[in-house]
Each structure stands twice: as structure tokens, then as C-alpha cells.
Design a protein around this ligand. Structure first.
Ligand SMILES: NC(=O)c1ccc[n+]([C@@H]2O[C@H](COP(=O)([O-])OP(=O)(O)OC[C@H]3O[C@@H](n4cnc5c(N)ncnc54)[C@H](O)[C@@H]3O)[C@@H](O)[C@H]2O)c1
Length: 292
């Protein structure tokens, strides 16, 4: 069994939802928890929840899109707990689902800055600190099943989640020799407030069009899907279970296995057609390089 006891995890977007579920599960394993989040009111509630459970906790208001916030969070985490062993890059937003021509550039920038650059800033701030103390650790990135498939009408969200899966695979190989284990969490729908991501949308990403003009009205589909998702409490426990097994990919919805299977089969069939192409018969001996 992996030894988490007395070690420290920094969790972005940890004030509620999946981040808080992971915090509770890691707290149960004896970890010190640092929660960074853009929402101070929710942070205060999360602090209360964890403190009641006897978990050593530090909550810090931050915006993951700002590298200087990461700098402050890591400094304060180390000041309080001495070392950081784990980063959970969890903060994320749903964006503004819709057809390609309706997705505003502000929507794209908001989603990319939060879901992609937030993960980059987190990793570049924390990974060197884990390398420095030499005890090893974990980097856990929260992607989505959207990272495993192209989701229609969710172009920006899908783009960032595919990127997070790709970066995780890259970092998994890169950080192995430093004894830093990388995992990427890929849930389908989970009962959180992700469909209400606009509640925390920063002013610099707000365009002029009122939100109601862009939604289809009524109870939106995303809300329905999220409400019918799995209970959020399971997710944190599942993450611990998968970390104990040193998993790279962490799945939470076994029914979605078919999606990755079909994708792999479609890619393999396309390769088979390429292999049969008369154009490519003479260039089938290109070496496959490895950066190990
Ligand atoms: N809920 C789902 O169905 C689902 C499915 C797949 C993946 N995910 C992913 O899980 C992660 C967590 O989402 P959730 O479902 O718990 O949603 P949530 O909205 O309940 O929680 C997200 C948290 O991130 C915080 N946050 C948002 N922008 C931030 C910023 N710029 N800086 C710091 N904190 C910020 C919010 O305040 C909130 O506490 C996201 O990356 C999301 O894409 C969610």
C-alpha cells in the first residue's frame, strides 16, 4: 500500500466538487491538504469540512490562470507543511457549449487558460519542488472522458481535455526517473456544479453577449447529464484506489470503455488502410523513435 501519511497534497479547484472529494479521500489517508480555489466562500466551507475530519488543511484563494498565484500558493504550502509531495491539477470549467460559429474567442481563452494553462502553471510550479526534496511524489491531472473522444458542441472543452491527457502521457514518461508518478483522471458525468462554471468566470473573459442569448433556454442538457452522473464522493476514493495500483489512466465509468475501444479500433483500421496504400509501400521501414 502506498504511504501517503504526513505528506502534502496541493489541490487546485479544491473548494468543492471533484477536487474536494479527492481532498477528503487523501485526508483519510493522512495527508496534509492545501486547497487553492478562486471561490473564497466555498473555500471556507471546505476548510470547515476537512477540519472537522481532523485533516490538517490550508486554504488559499487563487486563480490557476495566474502564474504568480501558483508561486504564492507553493510558498505558503511549504511554509505551513515543509514540503509538497502531490499536485492535483483539478480546477476546470465547462466553457460555453455550442456550435463552432457560436463559440466566442473569449470562451476559448477562458477554457484554454483555465483547463490547459492552469495545468501547465501548476506543474511547472510544483514539479521542481518535488524533484528538489527527492522523496518522490505524484502529479494528478483531472481531464475527462472528453479527453478520450471528440465531444460534439464542446470544442474548447474537448481540446483542453485531450491536451491534458497528452501532457499527462508525456509527463508520465518524463518524470518516472524522478520517482514522480503521473496519473490522469478521466471521468464522464459526476454530480457537481460544473454546468454552472460561469459563476466564477473572470471579468477579462466576459464578452458582451448576455449568456441567455447563447443558451437554448430551459433546463440545459449539460445540467441534466451532470445531475444524472455518479455521486462525487466515489471519485476521490477511486483516485486513491487507482494511485495504489500506480495507474496512469484513472477511469470512473466502466460503461464508457466501449468509447475508447471503438476509437482504438477506428485508428487501427485507418493504419491498416495506410499500410495497404500503394503510395506507402516503399516507406514502411521508418524507425519508431523513443525518448526513454
Ligand atoms: N463534473 C463532471 O461531470 C466532470 C466530468 C469530467 C471531468 N470533470 C473535471 O473535473 C474538474 C473539477 O470539476 P467539477 O466537476 O468538480 O466542477 P465544479 O465546478 O464543481 O468545481 C470546480 C472548482 O474549480 C474552481 N475554479 C474554477 N475556475 C478556477 C480558477 N481559474 N482558479 C481556481 N479555481 C477555479 C471552482 O471555484 C470550483 O471550486 C474539472 O477539471 C472538470 O473539467 C468534471
Amino acid at each position: 500500500m502506498t504511504d501517503y501519511n504526513g505528506k502534502t497534497a496541493v489541490i487546485s479547484g479544491g473548494a468543492e466538487g471533484i477536487g474536494l472529494s479527492i481532498a477528503v479521500a487523501l485526508g483519510e489517508q493522512g495527508m496534509n491538504i492545501v486547497l487553492g480555489d478562486i471561490d473564497p466562500a466555498q473555500l471556507a466551507l471546505a476548510e470547515e469540512t476537512l477540519s472537522k475530519q481532523g485533516v490538517p488543511v490550508l486554504v488559499l484563494e487563487m486563480d490557476v490562470t495566474k502564474p504568480q498565484d501558483w508561486q504564492r500558493v507553493t510558498e505558503q504550502a511549504i511554509e505551513r507543511f515543509g514540503k509538497i509531495h502531490m499536485l492535483v491539477n483539478n480546477a476546470g470549467v465547462s466553457g460555453a457549449p455550442g456550435p463552432i460559429e457560436h463559440t466566442k474567442h473569449d470562451d476559448w481563452r477562458w477554457v484554454i487558460d483555465t483547463n490547459l494553462m492552469g495545468v501547465v502553471y501548476g506543474a511547472e510550479s510544483v514539479v521542481p519542488l518535488i524533484k528538489q526534496h527527492g522523496e518522490g511524489g505524484w502529479l494528478i491531472n483531472v481531464a475527462s472522458m472528453a479527453g478520450m473522444m471528440g465531444v460534439p458542441y464542446a470544442n474548447a472543452y474537448t481540446a483542453t481535455k485531450v491536451a491534458v491527457v497528452g501532457m499527462s502521457e508525456s509527463w508520465y514518461a518524463e518524470l518516472k526517473k524522478h520517482n514522480i508518478h503521473v496519473s490522469v483522471l478521466c471521468p464522464a458525468f459526476v454530480q457537481t456544479r460544473i454546468h454552472l462554471s460561469h459563476r466564477n468566470r473572470q471579468t477579462q473573459y466576459k464578452d458582451d453577449a448576455p449568456r441567455s442569448e447563447r443558451s437554448s433556454g430551459g433546463k440545459n442538457q449539460a445540467q441534466e447529464l451532470v445531475e444524472n452522473g455518479i455521486p462525487v464522493e466515489i471519485v476521490g476514493k477511486r483516485v486513491v484506489e487507482a494511485l495504489n495500483a500506480n495507474e496512469l489512466y484513472i477511469f470512473t465509468h466502466p460503461s464508457h470503455r466501449e468509447i475508447t475501444k471503438q476509437r482504438a479500433e477506428a485508428i487501427d483500421a485507418a493504419f491498416a488502410r495506410a499500410a495497404d496504400s500503394p503510395l506507402l509501400q516503399d516507406i514502411d521501414d521508418q524507425p519508431i523513435f523513443s525518448f526513454e
